[in-house]
Write a protein that binds this ligand. Structure first.
Ligand SMILES: *[C@@H]1O[C@H](CO)[C@@H](O)[C@H](O)[C@H]1NC(C)=O
Ligand SMILES: *[C@@H]1O[C@H](CO)[C@@H](O)[C@H](O)[C@H]1NC(C)=O
Ligand SMILES: *[C@@H]1O[C@H](CO)[C@@H](O)[C@H](O)[C@H]1NC(C)=O
Ligand SMILES: *[C@@H]1O[C@H](CO)[C@@H](O)[C@H](O)[C@H]1NC(C)=O
Length: 416
């Protein structure tokens, strides 16, 4: 359905050797892939250009609490028409080595960038909503290169970045699909399709749920996990006090960001989670570029560090427009939002410890929309490293790539 607009390359000699090496048991139809969404670009640009917006805000004095400002949309629209080029983005994406594989009837699209270093650790990176594989591309070059950890260990990664089912070129999953189902097919991808015996996982947003399922339920193959979000509902300040957990200054700020999300920032969450709603917004904005820009773009902006776009952040209007374009061009705006509806209890209130001795590493970022102090993360796994960064928010791989790279490299200090 979605794939007819994408051109998969004919299997080449190179991929034939990949096939014979790496999937001994079953044919998962592993194929090299090139992203080609050109045929929908004229329609996209027409919509960006011709959608009408008010000339001036009807209520000019409202705060950001009232939603995305008209001026933000106008400015992004202008940049879309004058500076942004999907073709340029697509060419940059296609420099990465991409594949598709078919697992349990779903086509999974992923980047697989191998390191030249021997002993590279296989590392799979999971995005959430409203993300995609695009948010991790700024990390790939450094992660695949050989480096040293602060403890002096040599480190490099083979990097795998899937688009979760329902996102980008990956096909939409069944309506009753959960992040546990995603974990199962991703473990098949890593072990049977790509032939890795062990690997490490990283997850942001909903991606943390997939990464955590793998960490807790596939403990023989998943031998480390690095997370920046947890599939457990954060504590309120009262709950923290009751649990005897005291916070330092940075942590208090972060808890404040969570409370802002909790009290006034989860309209989209209820919309996409509750009965009948995800389809309503999904179809309403399906062919509405400026609508998708408002719904998704506002999250990229509001969940990021106010310094986004300044060093070390690489999140500019360009990344936001690329993210929205990918959703539109791959017709995945509706299916991507369904991850909320499909995972009604995605954030558990009952903290449980994963049954694994594999190391868990965690990073907090000052402007993230949820916060877990070390004492909470510890309840969920074998916490061996906890870093707290004063730059970045919900998209650390875009807003603080150097910190993410350093924190992911710490996996090597605990890898056996
Ligand atoms: C996000 O929105 C809130 C209002 O809901 C506002 O107080 C805050 O400054 C915004 N943050 C950014 C980075 O835009
Ligand atoms: C989910 O739906 C599929 C059909 O789309 C069905 O085969 C499967 O049994 C369902 N699973 C659950 C857990 O209900
Ligand atoms: C929390 O989870 C544990 C382990 O699954 C279970 O034994 C316990 O009853 C749960 N507690 C609540 C309050 O649901
Ligand atoms: C932010 O963290 C960096 C190190 O990560 C530190 O050098 C800097 O002083 C910190 N800034 C503030 C305002 O805390």
């Amino acid at each position: 359905m979605r794939l007819n607009i994408l051109s998969a390359l004919v299997v080449s000699v190179t991929s034939a050797s990949v096939l014979s090496n790496s999937h001994p048991r079953k044919d998962y139809n592993l194929r090299p892939f090139t992203l080609n969404l050109d045929s929908r670009v004229p329609r996209m640009l027409e919509l960006v250009k011709n959608t009408q917006l008010p000339d001036a805000p009807e209520y000019p004095d409202l705060s950001l609490d009232a939603g995305v400002p008209l001026s933000t949309l106008q400015s992004l629209r202008t940049k879309w028409l004058t500076e942004f080029s999907w073709q340029k983005e697509q060419a940059a994406i296609n420099k990465y080595s991409q594949f598709t594989a078919e697992i349990e009837g779903l086509t999974i699209h992923f980047v697989h960038q191998k390191s030249r270093a021997t002993g590279a650790i296989p590392l799979i990176l999971f995005h959430g909503w409203p993300g995609s594989f695009l948010e991790f591309l700024p990390l790939v070059k450094d992660l695949t290169s050989k480096a040293k950890t602060p403890a002096g260990k040599s480190v490099a990664f083979d990097v795998i970045i899937p688009n979760l089912p329902g996102y980008g070129p990956s096909t939409a999953p069944p309506a009753n699909w959960t992040t546990a189902d995603a974990a199962r097919i991703i473990n098949t991808l890593m072990t049977e399709v790509l032939g890795y015996r062990n690997y490490a996982t990283h997850g942001a947003d909903w991606g943390c749920s997939v990464a955590y399922h793998l960490y807790s339920s596939y403990s023989t193959t998943v031998r480390a996990s690095q997370l920046v979000f947890l599939p457990f509902f954060p504590y309120t300040p009262d709950q923290l006090t009751d649990a005897g957990i005291a916070l330092n200054e940075l942590e208090q700020f972060e808890e404040g960001s969570f409370m802002e999300w909790y009290t006034s920032g989860q309209g989209y969450f209820q919309e996409q989670t509750t009965k009948e709603s995800p389809n309503t917004i999904g179809l309403a904005l399906y062919d509405n570029l400026i609508g998708q820009l408002a719904w998704i773009g506002e999250k990229f902006i509001n969940w990021s560090d106010p310094r986004a776009g300044t060093d070390p952040s690489v999140l500019t209007h360009n990344e936001i427009l690329a993210a929205v374009s990918l959703y539109y061009l791959t017709k995945s705006f509706n299916s991507a939002g369904f991850i909320y509806y499909q995972n009604q209890n995605g954030f558990a209130t009952n903290y449980t410890k994963a049954r694994t001795n594999a190391p868990l590493l965690f990073s907090s970022f000052k402007y993230n929309v949820a916060f877990w102090p070390p004492a909470l993360v510890e309840k969920t796994g074998n916490l061996v490293a906890y870093n707290n960064h004063n730059f970045s928010g919900h998209f650390p791989s875009l807003n603080n790539p150097p910190a993410m790279i350093a924190d992911l490299r710490q996996i090597a200090d605990h890898w056996e």
